[in-house]
Design a protein around this ligand. Structure first.
Ligand code: FAD
Ligand code: FES
Ligand code: MG
Length: 275
């Protein structure tokens, strides 16, 4: 059993849990994730390790309430328990001093991009971050992102915070201004990651994206997370979740992500569909 030391709402429908998980906290690196189950009847869902404290033996999970399991999790309080937290899973982000790196987080994607931006910063990179959301109320972790970035751009679809527009807009401006960018890390909805990759492709800027296909076991056995990268089949859970954005077949991934929509819509957010 894994105790929730602190449960807190970060913005409408976005929750943060600090969870006691000493073995995960001891080993995890930026870019890795865990797979959890709420209870015996619960399904397995992957969540990125948004932060960790090795001394306290805790990890932070930040999740958006989108469906059955995450809505059930949204009802849990400080002091409640999760049944399993398996990890750390996936490959850690490659972190070196590359020069100038641009970290882009869209929506809930800001949570996984934060530990990566921090690791790049600690390695001596100049970090320029762009975070975006549909509106100001849905924007998360601005303070944290600012603390690890040399420059921070904010975009919202409706202009209620920062620049009105998409996260790719400041990126396009930077490229047009001749900024020397060593690499771009983009995490968010698939359409956003594909959009970023299309902006950087003609300029040959190395672009990494963190894929979030459906995962079940998280150990390369079930094939649920398979994706096509550079014409080869890869398993996002063990070969990723980060891949070269210019090589990813986003169209295939997007159609597979919709595969269970009918069943997902039938769930009531109380776990009854798994019993
Ligand atoms: P459902 O209604 O069951 O599903 C809603 C949508 O979530 C689906 O259409 C599908 O696109 C996705 N999804 C459903 N089940 C899974 C599954 N088993 N594996 C992956 N995606 C699924 N979300 C966050 O809010 N914060 C994170 O830090 C985060 N990190 C992730 C890291 C990885 C490596 C991956 C693969 C996904 C991550 N996600 C994260 C997405 C998160 O796993 C899904 O939002 C969650 O599983 C939805 O479950 P649900 O039962 O609430 O919703
Ligand atoms: Fe089963 Fe990746 S989640 S192979
Ligand atoms: Mg589900």
């Amino acid at each position: 059993m894994y105790k929730i030391i602190k449960a807190e709402e970060l913005s409408a429908g976005v929750q943060s849990f600090i969870v006691e998980a000493p073995l995960v906290a001891r080993k995890c690196q930026a870019g890795q994730f865990i797979i959890l189950r709420i209870d015996e009847a619960g399904e397995r869902i992957p969540l990125t390790i948004a932060d960790y404290d090795r001394e306290k033996g805790t990890i932070q999970l930040i999740f958006q309430e989108v469906g059955d399991t995450t809505k059930q999790m949204g009802k849990l309080k400080t002091g409640d328990y999760l049944l399993d937290v398996a990890g750390p899973l996936g490959k850690a982000t490659e972190v070196e001093n590359f020069g100038t790196v641009v970290c882009i987080g869209g929506g809930i994607g800001v949570a996984p991009v934060y530990p990566i931006a921090r690791a790049y910063k600690n390695a001596g990179n100049r970090v320029i971050s762009i975070i975006g959301a549909r509106n100001a109320d849905l924007l998360i972790m601005e303070k944290e992102m600012r603390s690890v970035s040399d420059e921070l751009f904010i975009t919202t679809d409706d202009g209620s915070a920062g620049h009105k527009g998409l996260v790719v807009d400041p990126l396009k401006d930077m490229i047009a201004a001749g900024e020397k960018i060593a690499r771009v890390m983009a995490i968010g909805p698939m359409v956003m990651m594909r959009g970023v990759a299309e902006v950087t492709r003609p300029h040959g800027i190395h672009t990494l994206v963190s894929l979030n296909p459906i995962m079940v076991d998280g150990t390369g056995m079930c094939g649920g997370c398979r994706c096509s990268v550079g014409g080869e089949t890869k398993f996002a859970c063990v070969d990723g979740p980060e891949f070269d954005g210019h090589q990813v077949d986003f169209n295939g991934l997007m159609s597979r992500a919709r595969m269970y929509h009918t069943q997902e819509r039938q769930c009531k957010g109380d776990g009854s569909c798994h019993k």
